[in-house]
Design a protein around this ligand. Structure first.
Ligand code: ATP
Length: 694
């Protein structure tokens, strides 16, 4: 139970003297915003932000330096204001575009809407955004574009020097997503060819020194031909001051169950604190759904401390419409509790949020190149994340953050920054993207943090066996280039290409669309039996992939009816997303010359196409296994079919899976039974190494 809180204080981070960078601290500029926080006009709100006092300084530095690193407290206005200042100063004149990247899709949409609102323009015109499978920009009109770092990376395939951009702002750089790390290396290269391109690296908690050292170039001399001369040395600007005060509270004793502690804290806040919504950070769908359910049930049953509370979940597996519910205004007399993963950690402003409850944990990806298994594991967050989480309060009025860990733990045990994603991920997608951009020597690439050679070798091995790379580790033509062009996991892309020869592209495009979202099933605790029964109506003996086809057909037959979905425990919003993604994939497939053909009922062809993509994830059931234990063919890891799969308890002899979820065991998700002879047929190189496998 988290009942005893000790207020602690966090000092704003100031930068010390920097080596190898130029530190600019302009006159101390604490925001005047802490006085009075009524409803001000948007223009007044903009002027109150700490970053406003730095407007001239920022524009000066961007004008005179190829790279500017900006460190400023959460909520100081970096994301929403800097692109506008640049636009006002003429950086988007002559048809040029100012880009601002974010690691998360939700943040891209939210900040783009806010900036469009501040500028009084229609979203998708002067201000737009692009996320995978969704482009809300206008080629002629868009001058400020928000996009995920992954999308900007993809844009480089068509335009390697990113010529349409005058300034690229890499926001939330401390998150060190794979795409941000790759982008930083590539942007450094681009700057050598296009010194006029300006980079801004922004964050609240970035290691400015390391970043600056990374952008140091040998060419230290200024480019004199322009006026004022352009320095190739990075500038560092520290934006001092924060929006509103956020009081930090810690528990006095460590908590044993953070979900329960979070719920008690919500109730404590509701009981003792004045109005204002609450944002709770937990780790994943399971604990979030459980907490939401408990809070809502308690409120419905008239619990002493819960009347007027209502909770909403937020995680990436929810459909867009479900996620957007969190932005709707809280009805009078009510208090909204948003229970979220770290998807809400950066860049988001949820207007009503006054209180943040931070569990201190998040689900993080960890890849083991030896077992070749990538897991999502609940792990402690870093100080940088904790600060971001606290920064979700205090954005439109003062706030409080309740940390479900002790101050001692925060100060002495929590790591300053997380491990960069590139050092804990499967690198298949990363390698193919670099190859597609002509970077052949990947180990020699200018990494901010080098990935492990083992992970790199694994990735090269898989890509080679997929036929994407040749003996010289270059992209093959046409397969390698085609796989690189499809914005999906290369295994899914390969499956799509294989469907062309197998004449089942119509079916495989549907499967690919379903595999690229988290789940099409409606998930609610306590109704497992009903959900399982509903799933059985669509279940196919071959496995999950063919089951998805049955669901999709049923959805189309119902006229894409929400009622039909509801009756069958299928998530209507997810199905709508599947239809949209499928349509985009269909266009890409046609562009690549894939003939759209249906195999009707010949599911052998579909199984073979899936195997052609996912052969590296083949598993065989252990002979005499009574508990459904499988071993992966490549690394002999013990794995089991996930209970959500239609093949759970069916346990066919041979299967391939899409991904592994690790809880008490390693569970395979999205599983299809295969004919083992197809393994050597579709991936002879790969399985020849394994020796006799049958
Ligand atoms: N949708 C919104 N509604 C109301 N105010 C908003 C909204 N978006 C932003 N703001 C205001 O603008 C401020 C600055 O937001 P911005 O995202 O630019 O800050 P930031 O410095 O980039 O912070 P972070 O590092 O947390 O992303 C917020 O603190 C808030 O006061």
């Amino acid at each position: 139970m988290a009942q005893f809180w000790k207020p602690g204080a966090e000092k704003p981070q100031l930068l010390d003297d920097e080596e190898g960078g130029v530190l600019f601290v302009f006159s101390s500029a604490f925001s005047s915003s802490s006085s009075g926080y009524g409803y001000a006009s948007i223009e007044k709100q903009r002027q109150r932000l700490p970053v406003y006092k730095y407007r001239t300084a920022i524009l000066y530095l961007v004008e005179t330096h190829a790279t500017t690193i900006i460190v400023g407290e959460t909520g100081s206005g970096k994301t929403t204001q800097i692109p506008q200042y640049l636009k006002e100063a003429g950086w988007a004149d002559g048809g040029l575009v100012i880009a601002c990247t974010q690691p998360r899709r939700l943040a891209v949409q939210a900040v783009a809407s806010r900036v469009a609102e501040e500028m009084g323009v229609k979203l998708g015109e002067e201000v737009g955004y692009t996320i995978r499978f969704e482009d809300v920009t206008d080629t002629d009109k868009t001058r400020i574009k928000f996009l995920t770092d992954g999308v900007l990376l993809r844009e480089m395939m068509d335009d390697p020097l990113l010529t349409k951009y005058s300034v690229i702002m890499i926001d939330e750089a401390h998150e060190r997503s794979i795409s941000t790390d790759i982008l930083l290396g590539l942007l450094k290269k681009i700057q050598k060819r296009r010194p006029e391109l300006r980079l801004i690296i922004a964050s609240a908690t970035i290691e400015a020194k390391a970043m600056s050292a990374f952008f140091q170039t040998r060419r230290r001399r200024a480019v004199e031909s322009v006026e004022p001369p352009l320095s190739m040395e990075p500038a560092i600007l520290s934006v001092e001051g924060r929006g509103f005060n956020v009081q930090i509270h810690y528990v006095e004793e460590p908590v044993s169950d953070y979900v329960q502690a979070a719920i008690s804290t919500v109730q404590l806040i509701h009981d003792k604190e004045p109005y204002g919504d609450i944002l709770v950070f937990l780790t994943g769908q399971d604990d979030i759904d459980a907490a939401v359910k408990l809070i809502n049930e308690e409120a419905r049953n008239g619990g002493k401390n819960s009347s007027g509370l209502f909770a909403l979940p937020l995680y990436s597996g929810l459909s867009r419409a479900e996620q957007e519910l969190i932005f709707s205004p809280t009805p009078r007399g009510k208090r909204k509790v948003v229970v979220s993963t770290n998807i809400a950690e950066t860049s988001l402003t949820l207007e009503g949020i006054v209180y943040v409850v931070d569990s201190g944990f998040s689900k993080q990806r960890f890849y083991n190149p030896i077992t070749d298994i990538e897991n999502l594991i609940v792990a402690p967050i870093s100080k940088a994340s904790a600060r971001q989480r606290a920064g979700r309060a205090g954005r439109v009025r003062p706030g409080k953050c309740y940390r479900l860990y002790t101050e001692e733990y925060f100060l002495n045990e929590m790591s300053a920054e997380g491990i960069p994603e590139i050092q804990r991920s499967n690198l298949v997608s990363c390698v193919i993207q670099l190859k597609a951009l002509g970077i052949d020597n990947i180990l020699g690439f200018d990494w901010l943090a080098s990935p492990s050679p083992e992970a790199m070798i694994r990735a090269l091995e898989v890509l080679y066996s997929l036929g994407v790379l040749d003996d010289d580790a270059k992209l093959t033509s046409p397969v390698g280039f085609q796989v690189a062009e499809i914005p999906l996991d290369p295994m899914i892309s390969k499956m799509i290409l294989a469907s062309n020869q197998l004449s089942c592209s119509e079916e495989v495009l549907t499967i690919a669309a379903v595999l690229s979202i988290q789940s099409i099933w409606f998930i609610e605790r306590g109704i497992q039996k009903e959900m399982d029964e509903a799933k059985l109506r669509f279940a196919a003996a071959e496995g999950d992939h063919v089951t998805f086809l049955n669901v999709y057909k049923g959805f189309l037959r119902s006229g894409k009816s929400s009622k039909w979905c509801y009756k069958n425990y299928i998530n209507y919003h997810s199905m709508k997303t599947v239809v949209e993604i499928r349509e985009q994939l269909r266009r890409i497939a046609q562009r690549l010359g894939i003939v759209l053909k249906s195999c009707d009922r010949d599911m052998q062809a579909v199984r073979k196409a899936v195997t052609a993509g996912f052969f590296a994830n083949a598993c065989r059931i252990e002979p005499y296994s009574h508990n459904g234990m499988y071993k992966t063919v490549r690394t002999s890891q013990e794995v089991y079919i996930h209970p959500s799969s239609v093949l759970f308890r069916v346990n066919p002899k041979w299967v391939v899976y899409q991904s592994i979820v690790s809880t008490d065991r390693q569970y395979m998700r999205n599983v299809i039974s295969i004919d083992p002879s197809s393994l050597t047929e579709v991936a002879p190189h790969f399985y020849r190494q394994q020796g006799p496998i049958f």
